[in-house]
Design a protein around this ligand. Structure first.
Ligand SMILES: [Zn+2]
Length: 182
């Protein structure tokens, strides 16, 4: 039975996890765990990851259904599918020389591999349930970022809809006016 996200992998009374500041010894490798939405596919990665970045490319927008995808890159030898490997579907993008694997039950994108870095496997950051040892400080394909992506505009509470925030359409108005004079 797959563990539920957030569930502690430790037995009751087990020693708590090491503090981050303490450097683990070579024989006490630390792992970050994660999985897909339905829990059929589970994986583990030795931390720290190689790097982490925000991918703004059109291909990743579509493959993940989002404005941009945040990935964690790991050496393949430090990553393994712990559960549900048979439940992964693969899509080879011949044109872009990439392969994307996803859970056949729930559709969650799990792996993103690129032909130009064969020793690295990329995993969506959102799938991890704990820290990965890398902050996503890099941005790629920013030129492909959509104009509807949230870019930190000031938000205000929407009256009558608790929990809904919105940005006033000031920018859109200005653009509409500009277009009139083009
Ligand atoms: Zn799944």
């Amino acid at each position: 039975m797959a563990k539920r996200p957030g569930e502690s992998p430790m037995a009751p009374g087990a020693k708590p996890k090491r503090e981050r500041a303490e450097k683990p010894k070579a024989d006490e490798a630390e792992y970050a765990h994660g999985g897909c939405v339905c829990g059929a596919v589970r994986f583990e990665m030795q931390v720290p990851a190689v790097w982490a970045w925000h991918d703004h490319s059109k291909a990743s927008q579509k493959a993940q259904g989002c404005a941009y995808a945040t990935y964690i890159g790991s050496w393949k030898k430090r990553f393994r599918i712990a559960d549900g490997e048979d439940n992964l579907g693969r899509f080879e993008d011949v044109e872009r020389k990439t392969t994307r694997s996803f859970c056949l039950t729930c559709g969650t994108p799990v792996l993103y591999e690129r032909a130009h870095s064969t020793r690295i496997v990329n995993i969506p950051r959102a799938l991890f349930e704990s820290r990965t040892g890398r902050e996503p400080r890099y941005h790629t394909s920013l030129g492909e970022a959509p104009d509807w992506a949230y870019a930190g505009e000031t938000l205000a509470a929407l009256k009558g809809y608790p929990g809904v925030m919105w940005s006033r359409p000031r920018k859109l108005k200005r653009r509409a006016v500009d277009e009139m004079f083009e």
